[in-house]
Design a binder for this molecule. Sequence first.
Ligand SMILES: Cc1cc2nc3c(=O)[nH]c(=O)nc-3n(C[C@H](O)[C@H](O)[C@H](O)COP(=O)(O)OP(=O)(O)OC[C@H]3O[C@@H](n4cnc5c(N)ncnc54)[C@H](O)[C@@H]3O)c2cc1C
Length: 462
Amino acid sequence: MTTVAIVGAGPAGLRAAEQIVAAGLRPVLIDEAPRIGGQIYRQPPPALQRPPRALYGFAAPRAQALFERWAALQPQIDHRPETLVWQIEGRTLHLLQQGRPGTLQADALLLATGATDRVLPFPGWTLPGVFTLGAAQVLLKAQAALLGPRVVFAGSGPLLYLVAWQYQQAGGAVQAVLDSAPPAAPRRALPALLSRPSLALQGALLLARLRRAGVPVRRGVRLLRAEGDGRVQRLHWQQGAQVQATDCDAVAFGHGLRSETQLADLAGCAFDWDAIDEAWLPRCDAQGRSSVAGVYLAGDGAAIRGADAAENAGARAGQALLADLQRPSPLPPPPALPSHERWRHAIKALAPLPADWAAQAPDELMVCRCEEITAGELRACVRDAGALELNRLKALTRIGMGRCQGRMCGAAAARLLAQAANVPLAEVGRLRSQPPVKPVPIAALALTAPPAAAVPAEERDD
Ligand SMILES: Cc1cc2nc3c(=O)[nH]c(=O)nc-3n(C[C@H](O)[C@H](O)[C@H](O)COP(=O)(O)OP(=O)(O)OC[C@H]3O[C@@H](n4cnc5c(N)ncnc54)[C@H](O)[C@@H]3O)c2cc1C
């Protein structure tokens, strides 16, 4: 029996699973979340279930369509919820399944691991009450809770306006939306935004609704610092020459998304620099075939394109996988969607990352909160030890070695390194992924580790 493993039960993974089922196979669908849906269609626990319109807004019809499809497919899928894939060796997946360690041997592997927030920190971001935009939304979707009564939303990208509006609708007092993108960005992005008119219209509607609700929306903002006694109480920011402070109980911030690529790295996939996402991404062709035979990539984990594109990419990658197994899919091929590529350019023009972020980061800024490493320490390492590559910086400072394995600090560390070394961002390389991708109990490692080789007495330090 052929074992097809799919990691990620978001839009990409679910559409891939649909293809595999249609060809008469029973895929194993693994996700660390308790319910299917991924990030955009995240479902609350049954006791907190709300109508799709309340949970997903404009995206409710697509969410419903996907859930209905799931209901029909579920009996033919080996679904493993609350299961983390923490290591991949060849085609062996190391799992932590509802707390129990295990392995799965796959004949073909489809990675649809999605994305997480891209974090460019600012002074005071480690104060209690400061969260990422994604975390703010997860709390609202999954637990029907707000970060606090008065929240400031800051950063850039579509999620900034979407989550601010979701909080406003849920009864939160949105104190301000502080966008780092320059005021002219929407005008510059307009031609490319019109490649997907309905999404562009949704964005314009969100902005209009926020303004109509009296929420101050400011562009070209630089975050100066969050301050408070024990937790955040105020956010200081600058717009042009004007410095202002906004009182609040919580801050949600983020600068777009970053692809979750650690499993692709562990699976041995080659990576290329992507100038649009300003990130190293696993190489794959238009069908989702990676550089490693039998390993396929789909959705935001391959490049940030959004949920509709993720569904399309999942279906394509599922078909490619089946074709390579000599079991062609009976479903029609999904359409090519050139507008989705144009949309990536539109989002980059609409929400450019602050080019001067690294130059303006003060030395005392905490960059890595796991290992408590500041911008000044990273700069000193470049200056004194001549570190010019990210993994060298990691070895010398421990940046990216903590619980987050670089998911939080990697983007910022790379920018600081490039700025301190005066080289383009693409030249500092990328953090190599190491297992476990997320913390697991030591028992899980012990169970899967090969027997320790005997250490010669003269090399032992006990
Ligand atoms: C926090 C957050 C909120 C978002 N909210 C919205 C929104 O409201 N509207 C919108 O249009 N877009 C939103 N996006 C963007 C949206 O998530 C994507 O465009 C879309 O969901 C991508 O689908 P996907 O299938 O590629 O990945 P995802 O939907 O992200 O699904 C990936 C899945 O893989 C699982 N996974 C990853 N790694 C592992 C592992 N090692 N082991 C086991 N499971 C793993 C994750 O748990 C996740 O469920 C959001 C993104 C983030 C990060």
